[in-house]
Design a protein around this ligand. Structure first.
Ligand SMILES: *[C@@H]1O[C@H](CO)[C@@H](O)[C@H](O)[C@H]1NC(C)=O
Ligand SMILES: *[C@@H]1O[C@H](CO)[C@@H](O)[C@H](O)[C@H]1NC(C)=O
Ligand SMILES: *[C@@H]1O[C@H](CO)[C@@H](O)[C@H](O)[C@H]1NC(C)=O
Ligand SMILES: *[C@@H]1O[C@H](CO)[C@@H](O)[C@H](O)[C@H]1NC(C)=O
Ligand SMILES: *[C@@H]1O[C@H](CO)[C@@H](O)[C@H](O)[C@H]1NC(C)=O
Ligand SMILES: *[C@@H]1O[C@H](CO)[C@@H](O)[C@H](O)[C@H]1NC(C)=O
Ligand SMILES: *[C@@H]1O[C@H](CO)[C@@H](O)[C@H](O)[C@H]1NC(C)=O
Length: 450
């Protein structure tokens, strides 16, 4: 019974992360395509410029002489790459640097699942009609988190600093544009794309959530706060329960955890036994199968060292001859992991933590205990009384110098976004500026020092 009510609830809120089956086979799992290793060799499939070979660009900072060991995916080829932590893969298109000598590549197959694309925004109405927020510290995840907290399905970013939320399932009608139109850097993280002028980059608000329930045949799950780094002190779990599945295939397509006490585990959903554990020292080296229909993915981070995290693709396989979803609960107790992986001593401790989380009915949903509610209510009443008293005093005394400093304060705070946006309003020309130096001394060059 419990199982069916839960899965019904899940079915009512399906995630685009699992439904975009064409995107599911994406060649990129990072938002800026730093992991792109595909073979597109021109800046656009539609009349793009041909790319120069990385083993022939010695007059430019990025070439195979400087990076001979395949760093950043460079090699004896002319495929688009992102070796310098830019917002998107790019390539050199000219020998000399006195005009446009490099360009971003529009690679349709390089879009991380959960990134729904780049769309036109003519403003009335905008593609997402929920709340809006601007910030000079905007990153993709600050926007997604805000939208997720307000229970919106989609988050959109524009011009590097503006965030939009909405449930507008018809966002496609505004017209999709090439990904290169959405290459304005996020003001809070210059390695992430945050839309463009009149161009909004859209995301499923489930990207980077700390936990969730998955029942779809396949989906991609990201570490908390992805594509930002995962925070410290996180403990998140995701249930993957696919009715009728006989085996679930897991592929960690991206894994960046450096601290050996931060970890990712897969547990048997029924017994809560740890099946595999990965951490800073033990990375997943290959994909593997788990012969269960119910698996729990668990992530834990300690108080030090953050990293970007992980992306894991799962795909459930069903035995066609045996498809009877109603009996699945007692049919799968014969669990077996086909690819045995080294388990560590810490595993028992962590699964104990998970057991506490999953068996405590109050923890995950954030129900407050009764006394907290009373205490908060009392506090609220006291605050209101204080405010009323103060207001009454003001009125009766008519004192000009005491004119409500608090409301002034909050007024200023509320409008800083707007004031700020006047100063910082960027133009698209920032992102397609031809003379931007692809310099090895750029402080965001991830290859230096490797
Ligand atoms: C790009 O790759 C295709 C197929 O691999 C090849 O036919 C074409 O000549 C290449 N173009 C350039 C500019 O290298
Ligand atoms: C660069 O690599 C390509 C492909 O292997 C090769 O055809 C070309 O001759 C190389 N260029 C140089 C300068 O070595
Ligand atoms: C997942 O399902 C459990 C109940 O099994 C529920 O407590 C939890 O809130 C759900 N999580 C999400 C993110 O929906
Ligand atoms: C796992 O994902 C990587 C990266 O996308 C891909 O190259 C590889 O083929 C996948 N492995 C399997 C077994 O699907
Ligand atoms: C996982 O199971 C699927 C379906 O049974 C199979 O096609 C695949 O080869 C298996 N992969 C591994 C790594 O065992
Ligand atoms: C599974 O449950 C059904 C009824 O719920 C029962 O008839 C059946 O014997 C059970 N099978 C096993 C293998 O326990
Ligand atoms: C597991 O890993 C530890 C070190 O990380 C190693 O000493 C041990 O031999 C490994 N066990 C197996 C079964 O591979």
């Amino acid at each position: 019974m419990d199982f069916w009510t839960v899965s019904l609830r899940i079915l009512l809120f399906p995630s685009a992360l699992g439904f975009c089956s064409d995107l599911f086979h994406s060649e990129c799992y990072t938002v800026n395509g730093a992991d792109y290793r595909g073979t597109q060799n021109q800046t656009s499939l539609d009349n793009g410029k041909p790319c120069l070979f990385w083993n022939e660009t010695f007059q430019h900072p990025y070439n195979t002489l400087k990076y001979p060991n395949g760093e950043g995916g460079l090699g004896e080829h002319n495929y688009c790459r992102n070796p310098d932590g830019d917002v998107s893969p790019w390539c050199y298109i000219s020998e000399n640097e006195d005009s446009v000598y490099w360009k971003y590549c529009d690679i349709p197959t390089c879009r991380m699942p959960g990134n729904l694309g780049c769309f036109k925004d003519h403003g009335n109405p905008p593609p997402l009609t929920g709340i809006t927020e601007t910030s000079n510290k905007q990153t993709i995840q600050t926007c997604i988190s805000m939208c997720r907290r307000q229970r919106y399905k989609f988050a959109g970013l524009e011009s590097g600093f503006a965030c939009f939320c909405g449930n507008n399932a018809d966002y496609r009608k505004h017209g999709e544009t090439p990904s290169t139109d959405c290459n304005s850097v996020c003001f809070g993280d210059h390695t992430q794309p945050c839309g463009g002028d009149g161009r909004i980059i859209l995301f499923d608000s489930l990207v980077g959530a700390c936990g969730g329930n998955y029942t779809m045949d396949s989906a991609v799950i990201y570490s908390p706060d992805f594509p930002d780094t995962y925070g410290t002190g996180k403990a998140c779990y995701w249930t993957i329960q696919v009715p009728g599945a006989t085996v679930i295939h897991f592929n960690f397509t991206f894994f960046d955890i450096k601290d050996s006490r931060d970890m990712v585990e897969l547990l048997d959903g029924y017994t809560k036994q740890v099946l595999v554990r990965f951490d800073g020292r033990n990375h997943p080296s290959h994909s593997f199968n788990i012969s269960l229909d119910f698996v729990i993915l668990y992530f834990f981070s300690d108080r030090v060292n953050q990293a970007q995290g992980f992306a894991v693709v799962y795909q459930a396989f069903k035995d066609q001859a045996f498809e009877k979803p109603k009996t699945l609960i007692n049919q799968t107790q014969t669990e077996l992991i086909t690819q045995t992986t080294n388990l560590s001593i810490n595993a028992a401790r962590s699964s104990k933590i998970l057991y506490v989380i999953t068996t405590s009915p109050s923890r995950p949903t954030g129900h407050m205990p009764g006394w907290t509610v009373y205490a908060l209510t009392a506090l609220l009443i006291l605050t209101i009384l204080a405010i009323l008293t103060k207001a009454l005093l003001h009125i009766t005394m008519k004192s000009p110098r005491l004119s409500s400093p608090t409301s002034l304060d909050s007024c200023h705070r509320g409008s800083t976004g707007e004031i700020w946006s006047i100063f910082y309003k960027p133009s698209t020309s920032i992102s397609i500026f031809p003379k931007k130096i692809k310099s090895p001394h750029d402080d965001r060059n991830p290859l230096v020092g490797e």
